[in-house]
Design a protein. Sequence first.
Length: 86
Amino acid sequence: MAFRDVIRSFIVSDLMGGGAGEPPKDSDLLIEEGIIDSFGIMALLGFLEEKFAIHISGDELLPENFASIESISSLVDRKTELRTEA
């Protein structure tokens, strides 16, 4: 399963309460569109670090890294690439 699918699944099941509506698209602006809030970002951060065995540092907690499923997936991809190169 691709990073995007895993991230979307977590957002729908854990942050949207099972999602009665449409799941977010890769480019949907998660915070701006009210799909997740600041508490959701913190839950998502914990999920990403545990699920993908990565560490997201404070300087990476930028709105552009968590704006959409696409941007979150790119962050995870970069972090996992760095881990495998080390």
